[in-house]
Design a protein around this ligand. Structure first.
Ligand SMILES: O=C(O)C(=O)[C@@H](O)CO
Ligand SMILES: [Mg+2]
Length: 272
């Protein structure tokens, strides 16, 4: 059975952030993802999640200076100390809110910089971070992201993410397979799901329609076949990750826009 999590950075934009936990619960979500929750003390966020009866299943580590265009520190030259601080802060926050997963953004490759050198730095950083994740009991996630939404982002393809996870060989480093980014870069998402989900290296998925990043039922993503493939693989292999609803509701500017748009999900969910 498929399990969906509400991404509170994308859904329920009509409500203040801390009220979105209740909104998600009212719509039947048993779990949520929070992008960058660090402005809220972890105890307060935990209390809101507990009150609403939802689990936090994914947060992101601090990504550097987002407003200056930074999208993670892991591969950036000369930023090791800040990277390590961001992982310590992210793991501490994840532990306090009970999130078993922490997404670590790779960073944007500066114009003219060597990609090979950036990948080498990225792997060394992830190796260190995965050891900290193992100590904390939190799984670190790496996510290939498409270059239209995030120009220059270092990690764009599933194959490369899996090769990195395999080389590092830690049970606490896994791939976050965002089906929207995958569709935009790699095309046939059903084939990609069938190829990568059974490897055991994917610990979390996310979904959105393509190319608008609205509800999955808008656009070219064959979402029924994709979800059917995930369901089938879950039954066959015991894969039990969450599928994060990381999209901009079509009617996001209108009260109840998120809830109305969830019609695509009805009948597909499990709360376990
Ligand atoms: O952009 C995405 O896709 C994500 O999953 C974010 O966590 C990265 O900012
Ligand atoms: Mg994503």
């Amino acid at each position: 059975m498929l399990r969906f999590a509400a991404n509170l950075g994308f859904l329920y934009q009509d409500a203040p952030f801390l009220d979105r936990f209740q909104s998600a619960a009212r719509d039947g979500f048993a779990a949520v993802e929070c992008l960058f929750p660090y402005d809220v003390p972890a105890a307060e966020l935990r209390a809101r999640a507990d009150e609403a009866g939802v689990k936090v299943v994914l947060i992101n580590a601090p990504p550097g200076d987002w407003s200056a265009g930074e999208r993670g520190l892991a591969s950036l030259a000369g930023r090791d100390d800040e990277f390590r601080d961001s992982i310590e802060r992210g793991l501490d926050y994840a532990c306090h809110v009970g999130s078993p997963r922490l997404h670590v953004l790779a960073g944007v490759l500066p114009a003219g910089a060597s990609r090979d050198a950036a990948i080498a730095r990225y792997e060394a950083a992830l190796c260190w971070a995965a050891e900290q994740g193992a100590r904390a009991g939190v799984t670190l996630m790496i996510e290939p992201i498409n270059p239209y939404d995030m120009p220059g982002y270092l990690l764009q393809r599933q194959e490369e993410a899996h090769a990195i996870v395999e080389r590092i060989g830690s049970a606490h480093l896994r791939v976050q397979m965002d089906l929207y980014h995958c569709a935009r870069v790699e095309g046939d998402v059903v084939a990609q799901v069938r190829r990568w989900l059974p490897t055991g290296r994917v610990a979390h998925c996310q979904i959105a329609g393509v190319p608008g990043r609205h509800e999955p039922d808008e656009g070219s993503l064959d979402w029924r076949s994709v979800l059917g493939a995930i369901d089938e693989i879950s039954a066959a292999t015991g894969w039990e990750g969450w599928i994060g609803c990381e999209y901009r509701p079509r009617r996001g500017d209108v009260a109840c826009g998120t809830s109305d748009g969830l019609v695509w999900m009805r009948g597909l969910t499990s709360k376990d």
